[in-house]
Ligand binder design. Structure first.
Ligand code: AOF
Ligand code: ZN
Length: 398
């Protein structure tokens, strides 16, 4: 134990600069899709000489922007980066080479890049060129910053966030079916910000029939990082706090997806254009009709229960570079995702109301027979929002 501090290569200054790099990265507000959010700060003689963050796919990487700002002052500098510098020729040249060429003396990285094109190769190149490399500073923040992207890179599937807005007794409607509005105005507004930061929204047929939702993001302002629970407030709020002229907030509409085994979606549904996921049991005439209405029909193998195999659906979405999915309901879909261990995170908006017996439950599905088998939040984070209580966190399965 006595030897531990001596092996920690990081100083309080290192922490401060890495924190700054993380705050820069977070400004992107997931606009980097399908890329990660990355920030970089270059420090020379106790002075910041360059800053950068990756804004959008195809635009320069964080390191390239910081090096551009620093110019010749990058020589001998320390680079603080929130992710391992890349080693591949993608849409832009390798950052590891650019750092070497600029004469950077030391690279401090929060974590390794799990992308198969990088995965340690960036560090190896830097070290081969004589650059000192220290990895692991504020890694827990870096993990939370790119929660959906890291999951997507590691599993090939999008990160699935389950959204639930209920009464205190976990219901989404009264016994007569009234459901508008259980959650407060503030919570409903936040949901638009979450949609705006999600690549796709998933609903079941029941919800479509009950609500006929548009599922668009009608967010007027950028919000805090939707998938960033556990981050310090300053990092999580970075997109909202970034000056608009600094990073213009372009509206982005998520893909809309309905899980509808037998293609019962009405052709007048308001959410079109959308993807409708069906099984081979769906009638051909309905498929043609929905295609004419603006649907992309995705015929997937049926799962064990005869309905759309959600695992196959997520695998297909992963192939299409969907990094994050917001599952908005209803109870059957959310229950099926939990039953099959496919829900990765949850956000609950709890309104201080009791709807009582007879009101529909927010989560259905098969459910657990024993407490030892239930999914739970690894660590629930809570906060107040208007009159509601928000509970969010990563789901773990036994
Ligand atoms: C970095 N700095 O700022 C980012 C990195 O399509 P490309 O060429 O932009 O490459 C995307 C990949 O590069 C992405 O999957 C991730 O591994 C890495 N992103 N790397 O050094 C950055 N955005
Ligand atoms: Zn790069």
């Amino acid at each position: 134990r006595a030897g531990t501090p001596a092996r920690n290569p990081f100083t309080p200054e290192d922490r401060r600069y890495m924190y700054e790099a993380l705050a820069l990265a977070a400004r992107a507000g997931y606009r980097t899709h399908p890329n990660p959010q990355v920030g970089c700060v270059l420090v020379q003689g106790g002075e910041v000489v360059g800053r950068g963050y990756h804004r959008r796919r195809g635009e320069p990487h964080a390191e390239a922007l910081a090096l551009r700002e620093a110019g010749p002052r990058a020589r001998g500098a320390t680079a603080y980066v929130t992710l391992e510098p890349c080693a591949h020729h993608g849409l832009t040249p390798p950052c590891a080479d650019a750092l070497v060429a600029a004469g950077v003396a030391r690279v401090v990285a929060a974590m390794e890049d799990p992308d198969p094109r990088v995965r340690g190769r960036g560090f190896a190149r830097l070290r081969q060129a004589g650059v000192r490399v220290d990895v692991g500073l504020l890694a827990e923040h870096a993990e939370r910053l790119n929660r959906p992207w890291l999951h997507y890179k590691r599993t090939g599937r999008p990160y699935v966030l389950v959204k639930v807005a209920t009464s205190l007794d976990g219901r989404i409607a009264t016994r007569t079916g009234e459901s508008r509005w259980i959650s407060s105005e503030a919570a409903r507004q936040e949901v638009h910000q979450v949609r705006d930061q999600s690549d796709a929204i998933l609903i079941g047929l029941g919800t479509l029939l009950a609500d006929d939702p548009r599922l668009t993001a009608r967010a007027v302002r950028p919000g805090p990082l939707a998938f960033g629970w556990g981050l310090p407030r300053r990092l999580r709020n970075a997109p909202a706090d970034a000056a608009p002229e600094d990073d213009p907030w372009q509206p982005r509409q998520p893909l809309r997806i309905v899980v509808d085994s037998h293609a019962r979606t009405p052709s007048w549904a308001r959410l079109f254009p959308a993807i409708v996921a069906v099984t081979p049991a769906a009638p051909a005439d309905r498929i043609r009709e929905l295609e004419a209405a603006g649907a992309e029909m995705l015929v997937l193998p049926p799962g064990p229960d005869g309905r759309v195999d959600l695992e196959a659906l997520l695998a297909e979405l992963g192939r299409r570079e969907v990094v994050s999915v917001l599952a908005e309901g209803g109870g059957q879909l959310l229950g099926a995702l939990l039953d099959r261990h496919l829900a990765d995170g949850a956000r609950l908006y709890l309104s201080p109301l009791f709807l009582g017996g007879g009101g529909a439950a927010a989560v259905g599905g098969e459910g657990a027979a024993h407490l030892a088998e239930v999914p739970r939040l690894a660590r629930p984070y809570t906060r107040r929002l208007g009159r509601d209580l928000v509970v969010e966190g990563d789901i773990v399965y036994p």
